[in-house]
Ligand binder design. Structure first.
Ligand code: TXA
Ligand code: MG
Length: 324
């Protein structure tokens, strides 16, 4: 059930979380599917609801850096510097986990924990009220498109979630940047709106392994790098504008178009996103949800520039376009 954000909704959501139930809530990136991180059966509910493999660990959300770092065994100076600069915000830090701090299910039994302090009034109100670490992967069925609205959550998970707190559409639109600070140099495991350049302003040695892709069935050292992720059920092809214009001329199937630099009325359904990486990211998942629901045979998506500013968007599109 979906409730609008207000004090009563936060009190109710907080009570549900405390009693081991699932609550979906907005963050500045995407909606998260939350459960208290210190309760194994609560966390197992997340995995059942998402249909997510148990070997994929979940991000733990906290109200502030102090509560987040209390779950870590050791907090290197770089983690403190990154937190001071980017929290609250769309950055997740992987640190050594303090034994017993959270249920084993959260870390998939591994030695590390992924921590984040989200910059969203609803998430912060909820985390501040419940005063517990909250494990929350994106609030969608495993491998499908991440939710940027409460309706997306409801469509994907239905009654598998006990409550959805509606805070409107999320701002950044793609998931947080993940940085592993347990290694030297620190490594970007997943690209997001905090870019490598932003990170290197704090530590110039940080490297990007975010583009690496792990095949199905393998347990990833850098989880979240499964080849196919964030994908619509309609086959999606990433093509150049010229290619798409040619394909639309010959199309005999119901074809959807997601473009940024041109319009083409020959597409059965077309969405054009802004030709700017941040504004494109904000609208990306909602566009994929809408195209996926239109009953089309295939989706043609215009490629994005090779520049670093488009890295996070290009990464999501590439993963969405791989065959199942
Ligand atoms: O923006 C976000 O990060 C959103 C919102 C809800 O906070 N959450 C999110 O969660 O994207 P999820 O589960 O869809 O992606 C979390 C990623 C997973 O790919 C997981 O493998 C990785 O974080 N992860 C979790 N714990 C980890 C750990 N200990 N070490 C490395 N990666 C980890
Ligand atoms: Mg996800």
């Amino acid at each position: 059930m979906i409730v609008p954000f207000d004090d009563a909704a936060i009190a109710r959501a907080s009570a549900l979380l405390a009693s081991g139930r699932l609550v979906a809530f907005p963050t500045e990136t995407v909606y998260g599917l939350g459960a208290r991180a210190d309760d194994a059966s609560a966390v197992r509910r997340i995995y059942e609801a998402k249909g997510r493999p148990a070997e994929n660990p979940s991000i733990v959300h906290a109200a502030d850096a102090e509560s987040a770092f209390a779950l870590a065994l050791d907090v290197p100076p770089l983690a403190r510097a990154l937190a001071a600069r980017f929290w609250p915000g769309p950055l997740t830090l992987v640190l050594a986990v303090r034994p017993g701090a959270v249920a084993n299910e959260v870390t998939a039994g591994g030695p590390t924990i992924a921590l984040r302090v989200p910059a969203h009034p609803v998430a912060l109100a909820l985390l501040g009220h419940v005063k517990l670490p909250v494990a929350a992967p994106s609030a969608n069925r495993s491998t499908s498109i991440s939710p940027t609205t409460a309706e997306h959550v409801h469509k994907s998970l239905g009654d598998r979630v006990d409550l959805v707190v509606d805070g409107g559409a999320t701002g950044f639109g793609i998931e947080s940047t993940i940085v592993d600070v347990t290694t030297s140099p620190a490594r970007v495991l997943r690209r997001g709106s905090v870019t490598l350049e932003d990170l290197r302003a704090i530590d110039e040695t940080i490297v990007d392994t975010g583009g690496s892709v792990v095949g199905h069935g393998e347990v990833a050292r850098a989880p979240g790098t499964q080849a196919r992720h964030y994908a619509p059920t309609t086959p999606l092809e990433l093509r150049s504008r010229a290619d798409i214009e040619r394909a639309l001329g010959e199309a005999t199937t119901r074809t959807g178009l997601l473009s940024r630099s041109f319009d083409d009325v020959r597409a059965e359904k077309a969405i054009r996103l802004p030709d700017d990486p941040a504004r494109y990211a904000t609208g990306l998942y909602a566009a994929l949800h809408a195209l996926d629901e239109a009953g089309l045979d295939r989706l043609l998506v215009e490629t994005v520039p090779e520049s670093a500013a488009w890295d996070a968007v290009r990464d999501r599109l590439t993963r969405a376009s791989r065959p199942a």
